[in-house]
Design a binder for this molecule. Structure first.
Ligand SMILES: [Zn+2]
Length: 507
């Protein structure tokens, strides 16, 4: 399956008026934790291009595409934080700006109409282009985002408007934002991290050059995603279950060691890309301490042997492979699992920082499923128990719904979760909301299934027809597997019994 092509978007890095050029402050927003996509992430105001962005005349801009993206940037920063970056806006009062915003949001006026009506003009000189970044293909929504640096006008104070996508916003010194990321306190996407880092170097003459100094700022796909320091998320293309197209391999490292989790791609080009990333870490003097598998599924294990062949050929030694006993036994003949990881076992890294991962035996999606909890930062490698994109399939007998509920509860009970690193999709910055959502979704399904059985449906097919009216026919086979998993749980719970079909026990 081909990932959807990225949509045009723009973001504005607003600089505080009269900010200290050695330690500049920027306006950072926090995305609502309720958002399915990048909920809880820190970001810059911005959003998707709209059709009428191409109708706007932008002064000092000969390129129509750039003009449209400047319009998009100006409109988004106005809609999201109420700052109007247009010539003519300096004479407007706060009240007038508020009423303009209201005109736009209530759709009394379109953006081009509003600019015309109030005699406002966009000027490219207000928007310094600092890069174009493309969302990696592992995300459900992908953007080709133009980043612009802009001075916030002295008389305008940004504030998060009624926009429900954003929770809050604040001026923050770029250097402080970067340190907050280093302390694992905030989650950002790669272009935001790059911007904080570039600005932390000060408003120097070569600032734009520094922004544009990485290939990713020129639409090169980002391979190495550091949502968290010392954690590299490296999505690799796999024949996984749509809509996902990639599986996340994680490289967790200290000054001395690298742990590789789930090198899952069977494709040579992807295996080589991953090997090159591992080589870069090895070149810094680290060694691969182990390859660890969260579970048995092919899209999580298919690159293990290739990575080990590479390590042996290039660096003279294979890495030990570790997994839960049940995973190891299932993989016999395919992959040599050298060591079994027990529940509650601590994986302690050598070197700096001091990283300790606690293995949590969390079956449900697969019999030998493991999650790994970093107690220091509250990060949890959640494997396929919780994913950042797509849904989790519970397919018996490998899958077990009762175990799955228990595993979700166990994950939820961890006290200090800050981020979930799932097997697919972006990191999840709102862990408890996400786990609650998974539990609620499953309970809702269970109720529908039980109601269908009560009304006389006795097979997964009959239940599907009654209870899963929202599922596309293409997914019916998988939905029936999932219904079977729910029925097995209901049977174990004593709510249904199986006599020539499933029956309600009346309990
Ligand atoms: Zn899986």
């Amino acid at each position: 399956m081909i990932s959807p092509s990225p949509k045009d978007a723009a973001a504005v890095i607003l600089l505080r008026p009269n900010t200290d050029p050695k330690n500049p402050e920027v306006f950072c927003v926090k995305r609502s934790t309720e958002l399915a996509f990048l909920g809880g992430y820190r970001a810059f105001p911005g959003g998707q291009r709209e059709a009428n962005d191409s109708e706007i005349n932008v002064a000092n801009c000969a390129d129509p595409e750039r003009a449209a993206m400047i319009s998009c940037a100006a409109r988004e920063v106005f809609e999201e934080v109420g700052v109007l970056l247009a010539r003519g806006a300096e004479t407007l009062t706060v009240g007038q700006r508020t009423s303009l915003l209201d005109d736009l949001e209530s759709k009394r006026m379109t953006w081009p109409e509003l600019l015309r009506h109030y005699g406002l003009h966009l000027d490219a000189d207000h928007f310094t282009f600092v890069g174009r970044w493309v969302t990696p293909p592992f995300a459900p929504r992908r953007f080709d985002t133009w980043f612009f640096l802009a001075d916030c006008p002295a008389k305008q104070e940004p504030r998060v408007t009624g926009d429900s996508e954003l929770e809050s916003g604040a001026w923050i010194a770029a250097s402080e934002g970067y340190s907050a990321w280093e302390r694992s306190e905030i989650i950002v996407v790669p272009p935001v991290l790059h911007a904080l880092k570039a600005l932390a170097g000060g408003l120097t003459g070569d600032l734009v050059e520094r922004f544009l100094s990485v290939p990713e700022a020129h639409r090169e796909p980002t391979r190495r995603i550091e949502f968290h320091p010392n954690y590299i998320c490296f999505p690799v293309r796999t024949p996984t279950r749509p809509p996902a197209t990639h599986t996340n391999c994680y490289l967790i490292f200290t000054s001395r060691e690298i742990l590789v989790i789930d090198p899952g791609s069977p494709y040579e080009d992807e295996q080589q890309a991953l090997a090159a990333c591992v080589d870069d870490l090895i070149a810094e003097g680290k060694t691969v301490r182990e390859i660890v598998l969260t579970h048995v599924h092919p899209d999580h294990i298919a690159g293990v042997n290739a990575l080990n062949d590479h390590l042996e050929n290039k660096h003279g030694a294979r890495a030990q492979v570790a997994a839960h006993r049940r995973t190891g036994e299932s993989l016999k003949g395919q992959i040599n699992v050298d060591r079994f990881i027990e529940d509650e076992e601590i994986l302690e890294f050598g070197g700096e920082p001091k990283i300790k991962l606690r293995a949590l035996y969390t079956p449900g999606h697969a019999r030998g499923h493991l999650c790994f909890h970093d107690e220091r930062t509250g990060a949890l490698i959640s494997g396929d128990n919780i994913v950042g994109f797509g849904s989790v399939l519970i397919d018996p007998p490998e899958g077990n719904m009762r175990d799955y509920f228990d595993s979700l509860a166990r994950m939820h009970a961890l006290g200090n979760l800050t981020v979930l690193f799932g097997g697919h999709g972006p990191a999840i910055a709102n862990p408890y909301e996400k786990i609650d959502e998974y539990i609620a979704h499953r309970l809702q399904r269970e109720e529908l299934i039980l109601a269908a059985v009560r009304e006389g449906a006795s097979t997964p097919k009959e239940i599907l027809a009654r209870a899963y009216t929202d599922v596309s026919p293409k997914l019916h086979v998988l939905a029936e597997r999932s219904i079977l998993a729910h029925l097995e749980k209901l049977q174990a719970d004593g709510d249904v019994t199986f006599v020539e079909g499933y029956r309600y026990t009346g309990k």
